[in-house]
Write a protein that binds this ligand. Structure first.
Ligand SMILES: [Zn+2]
Length: 210
């Protein structure tokens, strides 16, 4: 059910380099300004292509090569535009929900050799503090009950389904390993259960960086 706390508070057209989206700002129970960008008719009951993207200032805005977020965001917007129909949710849960300062502190620990999970645990933080209830509530508000979810993360599929959105298909996103993010991608795969579409490519990159 849609909690009464989740409501649209603003909307307007947003022309972008990827095409023109409708942008909705939501007020939710956590009092963050979560965003939905939509394109095309999405409330006809047919499964809708959805990306639930968690905010990553360093990756999305600065083009950091410590993670693959910026690339996944750009790829998602491009795919939604190609399809002409879909939703990108931009969830304000920076650094897997631990916040920006904690994320940057964790980067400092990673420079001393810890991986992303070990660094969070060393700071007394959860390895992944994200939840997807607000994503499900925004989708339901937009009339989307069935999704084809753009993700390599099975936890997102489970998170949406637990809150009432059926994921009829998981659509993998491609990843491009580089020397800065290959350790991060390895940890995501080995410790956090992420599924990568081009495993052979990743393996080659891992070999190269070992
Ligand atoms: Zn990131």
């Amino acid at each position: 059910m849609i909690a009464p706390a989740t409501r649209r508070v603003a909307e307007a057209n947003l022309p972008t380099r990827y095409g023109t989206f409708e942008m909705f700002v939501y007020d939710t129970a956590d009092h963050k300004e979560h965003v939905a960008l939509t394109i095309g008719a999405i409330d006809d009951g047919e499964p809708v292509l959805v990306r639930a993207h968690s905010e990553c200032l360093t990756g999305d805005v600065f083009g950091s090569s410590r993670c693959d977020c910026g690339e996944q965001l750009a790829d998602s917007l491009r795919l939604l535009q190609e399809e002409g129909r879909g939703v990108l949710l931009y969830l304000r849960q920076e650094g897997r929900g631990i916040g920006l300062a904690n994320k940057i502190s964790a980067y400092a620990l990673q420079e001393q050799g810890l991986d992303t999970v070990q660094a969070n645990l060393a700071l007394g933080l959860p390895e992944d503090g994200r939840d997807y209830w607000m994503a499900a509530e925004m989708l339901l508000d937009l009339g989307v009950r069935r999704a084809r979810l753009l993700t390599n993360n099975p936890a997102k599929v489970e998170g949406l389904e637990r809150h009432g959105v059926e994921v009829v298909k998981r659509v993998p996103l491609r990843i491009s390993p580089n020397p800065s993010n290959v350790g991060y991608l390895r940890t995501k795969r080995e410790k956090m259960g992420h599924l990568f579409p081009m495993v052979a490519t990743l393996e080659d990159a891992l070999e190269g960086s070992a």
